[in-house]
Unconditional design. Structure first.
Length: 156
């Protein structure tokens, strides 16, 4: 082998080595780019799932807040309704007491709270006192009657 052939062969081997190295780097760069793209796609997908979960939690919280507001409104309406019902009961008990001849002239204070009626004042006899309890108990919506009437016979 002469010197020129040896130099040409060495140059060819060197050139082939450089070319192969360049190819390997290009494939490596393509592989890195593909992996990078896969990573970006995976991150974007995860971010999308996270945003969807956040939106779902937000909707759940909004629904619960709506239920809470509705429940509070119903409670307020029920409470107002209870006060109206108590006023109707008080008025009806007073009307029933006024119809009774033994009780009509007497001053009996009627208080109602959640359907529980309290009678305060005086009755001319034990029978009249018991009659007041019976009349109050017969009114629609009355849950119980607390008869605190004291018996004071009428003065002649």
């Amino acid at each position: 082998m002469n010197k020129h052939t040896l130099t040409t062969t060495a140059a060819a081997v060197l050139l082939a080595g450089v070319a192969l190295t360049g190819c390997g780097k290009r494939e490596s760069a393509e592989s890195t780019a593909a992996n990078s793209n896969d990573s970006v796609i995976a991150q974007a997908e995860q971010k999308g799932r996270d945003m969807q979960a956040d939106a779902s939690r937000g909707m759940d919280q909004a629904k619960q807040a709506g239920r809470d507001v509705a429940q509070d409104a119903k409670a307020a309406t029920d409470k107002a309704g209870d006060k109206v019902a108590d006023a109707v009961i008080t008025t009806t008990v007073n009307a029933e007491l006024a119809k009774d001849s033994s009780l009509s002239a007497l001053k009996i204070n009627v208080d109602t709270d959640n359907g529980r009626v309290a009678l305060r004042g005086t009755a001319p006899s034990e029978a009249a006192r018991e009659r007041a309890t019976q009349l109050a108990s017969n009114v629609k919506g009355v849950v119980s009657v607390d008869n605190q009437l004291s018996v004071e016979p009428a003065k002649s």
